[in-house]
Design a protein around this ligand. Structure first.
Ligand code: HEC
Length: 100
């Protein structure tokens, strides 16, 4: 019984992780890819290690802060004010992970 319980907890945790990752990819595609896929307006491209390395060095907090408040040609939250700060934070984490 105990085994079954911990197994189902593990399954739920795994499913939770998967759906978070999928949600981040979806947010990225709908709200961020227009600039971050093409490098429009000099946006650092997803997967471009050289473009991201100096930014990653400034730390996650600074990156999340830029994404929430806007930076240079990037409007606050990429122009999607309906996104929550948490959604931005986890989408930035997805972009950073895909770019180092
Ligand atoms: C209108 C185009 C545009 C959209 C849409 C956009 N960005 Fe950006 N983003 C940029 C540009 C341009 C920069 C470079 C800003 C600079 O350094 O001057 C940037 C930089 C960043 C950085 C690095 C910030 C730093 O401090 O170096 C992060 C993180 C980021 N964007 C996340 C996001 C996320 C997350 C989204 C979607 C919610 C998004 N961006 C949508 C144009 C965009």
């Amino acid at each position: 019984m105990k085994k079954l319980v911990s197994l189902s907890i593990a399954t739920v945790a795994l499913m939770g992780m998967m759906s978070t990752a999928q949600a981040d990819i979806k947010t990225y595609r709908t709200a961020c890819a227009a600039c971050h896929m093409t490098g429009a307006a000099n946006a650092p491209k997803l997967g471009d290690k050289a473009a991201w390395a100096p930014r990653i060095k400034t730390g996650m907090d600074a990156l999340v802060n830029s994404a929430i408040k806007g930076k240079g040609a990037m409007p606050p939250k990429g122009g999607r004010m309906n996104l929550t700060d948490d959604q931005i934070k986890s989408t930035v984490a997805y972009m950073v992970d895909a770019s180092k």
